[in-house]
Design a protein around this ligand. Structure first.
Ligand code: MN
Length: 717
């Protein structure tokens, strides 16, 4: 049983300057107004707000959150009024408690539509003050922990289902994974009792062996770290019942295959230590290729940072390991809510503050809403600043990027809905197709069979899907028109020479021409004529010529080359400019993986576009120089290109860690890493990384050279 002193002790543990008196006043008031009420468990009602406050204290939240947690049910369940709260505990606490109360009065229906509506309300409420949602989550967590006191099975099942539908997605979205998984586990027991029992009994069969195993691995890791002078904490855990169940269902795996998976977490002081620990752990067990993820170098959007790796453990089983600093662990535990948690040393973390100024803005512009409806209509959600949430008329949520319009929305539903879209209603009112959608909008798309996209949609859609589908349609239209035009031109030209183009097709005589001109089939040749890429006279000329010889082939090529030279430079989407043809296909030689900054050369292959190689590439030297074409890198390339580097080094502890660190320090991404130990002491490491150019690559190579015990570093060609 938790007491107020336990809570104040916890708070003082992480914030010695905390206003304990404020928390105590909230406690005393809550005790007064809840006097005489009991929970289903028979305990005094006060236990509930105490537990909720305790959960927030475990997450190191500020005094206002803790006080608000102690008071979270007083408006709803007691004679206390909004004014009382405001007067005694100030505006901030009042707003939070009022927010929690507003959420509490929501009724959760069973139909999909009503659930969507409720999630919408939850998300909208976050904009008011995210602490409202945090208290609501802690409140739900304690209610779930005590769910077994409910008498009715039906009621238990309903509450559990609601938890899975509404609360766990929100906890996940906020990055508070421990709450998500505890809620899921309890809910699992009530929503799918048979599956729950089955997995529980399977887990329990060799529970003791498992515990021993976790201890053993934990100690092995601790020993290794200690020997290298790395102070750390190691935690081992089994997979939760619900996540075992989900994995079995989603990946269609047997219980054994999943249960073998044990996860460990190593917590260190600094980022370099993390990479060092990674190297040490990789030296203990064999890492599974492509399972390494560097979320320290590239954090998740909800700020999660960690190194993830999976290895073959001492008994041939899989082990998942997460490596991170204490600070990263703190963020991982409270997710984006880390913003409000107390931080040692500094009161406000600058970087964090910048990242979350949008939350701050929301708090500054909050309003006092009189009724829930007004509250919903007026609060603008901006929790995820680059997303808007809109709804289908059936209440299904669609997540769209900010700035999306009804056409974007139509294409997320179905390509045909997009293609046949003729109008849209937002919240029941007709809007233009380029109308910017806002969170909470209910969007209805009107379609007409046989209707088509319009070219100018390209100017205002912002989603990749809509853009590519519209382009595809325009292109297919152009192709159709070119096909008609080309056909007409060829018919006329052939007629002038008293030849019949249709007959030439039917007899197959034209096939040779198609091949010689480098087209796949008759339609692509006709289309090319329609586009003006090939003249009808060229086709006719080929047709009347005798079958081609190798010399003719060469002539054809040189003609192609001339055309290439005639045309202006063109920037392709691949970041390479070819003095070349329209819609020419660019490919990069796998042999030499060119990156921006390299001197490059292209080689034309009939029908296959241009392959770009580095000048001096061995396989490029074998190509026919007559087919070469000048290419150069376009300006302002933002893309990254893959390149492989090879490092020869004396093997030592922490080598891989040092290498990874120096690569990621230079903002290059590691796609894969492989180590071969050639002799007892020399190892060769191959890293496939992506860089935006040779400058960055050079920096990476130079930095690696400086690392101790490195003998040679080079780019693999
Ligand atoms: Mn409550």
């Amino acid at each position: 049983m938790i007491r107020i002193n336990d809570i104040t002790d916890k708070v003082l543990d992480y914030n010695i300057d905390a206003d304990i008196d404020f928390i105590r006043r909230a406690y005393v008031y809550s005790a007064q107004v809840h006097q005489g009420q009991t929970r289903l468990s028979g305990e005094p009602y006060l236990m509930h707000p105490l537990e909720v406050a305790g959960i927030l204290a475990d997450m190191k939240f500020d005094e206002v959150s803790i006080a608000a947690a102690l008071l979270h049910d007083v408006i709803e369940d007691t004679w206390a009024s909004d004014e009382d709260l405001k007067e005694m505990f100030g505006e901030e606490v009042h707003i939070i408690v009022a927010g929690v109360t507003k959420l509490s009065v929501l009724t959760f229906g069973s139909s999909q539509e009503r659930e969507a509506e409720n999630i919408r309300k939850m998300i909208l409420a976050m904009a008011d003050d995210i602490r409202v949602i945090l208290i609501k989550l802690a409140d739900r967590l304690h209610n779930m922990r005590t769910l077994h006191f409910h008498k009715s099975d039906e009621k238990k099942r309903k509450i559990a289902q609601e938890t899975l539908d509404i609360y766990t997605p929100i906890a996940a979205r906020l990055g508070i994974y421990w709450i998500k998984s505890e809620l899921e586990n309890i809910a699992f027991k009530y929503t799918m009792p048979n599956e729950f029992r089955r997995i529980k009994s399977m887990v329990n069969t060799d529970k003791e062996d498992r515990m021993e195993y976790v201890e053993e691995v934990k100690n092995l890791i601790l020993d290794k770290m200690e020997k290298s002078g790395l102070g750390c904490e190691v935690f081992g855990r089994h997979k939760q019942y619900y996540s075992i169940f989900q994995k079995m269902v989603s990946q269609d795996l047997e219980f054994r295959e999943i249960y073998d998976l044990t996860a460990f977490r190593v917590i260190l002081e600094s980022i370099p230590q993390c990479y060092e620990a990674l190297g040490l752990i990789h030296s203990m067990w064999k890492p599974i290729p492509n399972k390494f993820k560097d979320y320290i170098g590239v954090p998740k959007p909800n700020m999660y940072q960690s190194l993830h790796t999976t290895m073959i453990g001492p008994y041939g089983e899989r082990i998942e390991i997460q490596i991170r600093t204490k600070e990263m662990d703190r963020v991982a535990k409270s997710g984006i809510a880390a913003h409000w948690t107390y931080k040692e040393g500094s009161k406000a973390d600058e970087k964090l503050n910048n990242q979350f100024t949008w939350i701050q803005n929301l708090l500054d512009t909050h309003q006092d809403y009189k009724d829930p409806k007004e509250f919903l209509e007026n609060v603008k959600i901006d929790l995820f600043p680059d997303d808007v949430y809109v709804f289908t008329p059936q209440g299904e949520i669609k997540n769209m990027p900010k700035g999306a319009c009804p056409v974007d929305f139509a294409y997320t539903i179905h390509t045909e809905v997009g293609n046949q879209c003729i109008g849209a209603k937002v919240n029941g009112r007709l809007v233009s197709l380029n109308h910017e959608l806002q969170t909470g909008d209910i969007v209805e798309i009107m379609t007409r069979k046989g209707s088509h996209p319009s070219k100018d949609w390209i100017n205002f859609v912002i989603t990749v899907k809509a853009r590519s589908r519209i382009r595809q349609w325009i292109k297919s239209q152009d192709t159709e028109r070119s096909l008609d035009l080309g056909r007409e031109m060829l018919d006329k030209t052939f007629k002038k020479k008293r030849l019949n183009f249709s007959t030439a097709i039917k007899s197959g005589e034209i096939d040779r021409v198609i091949e010689e001109l480098g087209y796949k089939n008759i339609d692509s040749l006709i289309t090319a004529v329609g586009y003006g890429k090939v003249t009808p006279l060229q086709v006719l000329g080929k047709f009347t010529q005798k079958p081609s010889t190798p010399e003719d082939q060469d002539k054809l090529l040189s003609k192609l080359m001339n055309r290439v030279a005639e045309k202006k430079k063109r920037i392709t989407e691949d970041g390479v400019m070819v003095k070349g043809l329209d819609d020419i296909l660019i490919r990069f030689g796998k042999c030499c993986s060119p990156v921006p900054g390299d001197s490059i050369i292209g080689y034309i292959t009939i029908g296959q576009g241009v392959t770009v190689h580095r000048i001096g590439c061995k396989s490029a030297l074998k190509m026919n120089p007559d087919r070469s074409v000048d290419v150069e890198w376009a300006d302002g390339i933002t893309e990254s290109y893959p390149v492989t580097i090879e490092v020869k080094a004396m093997d030592r502890v922490g080598l891989l860690a040092d290498l990874s660190l120096s690569i990621s320090k230079n903002n290059a991404n590691i796609l894969s890493a492989n180590t071969e130990i050639k002799s007892t002491s020399v190892s060769f490491c191959f890293f496939k990384i992506t860089v935006d150019g040779t400058d960055r690559l050079d920096r990476v190579l130079n930095d690696i050279k400086k690392i101790r015990s490195i003998q040679e570093v080079k780019r693999v060609t």
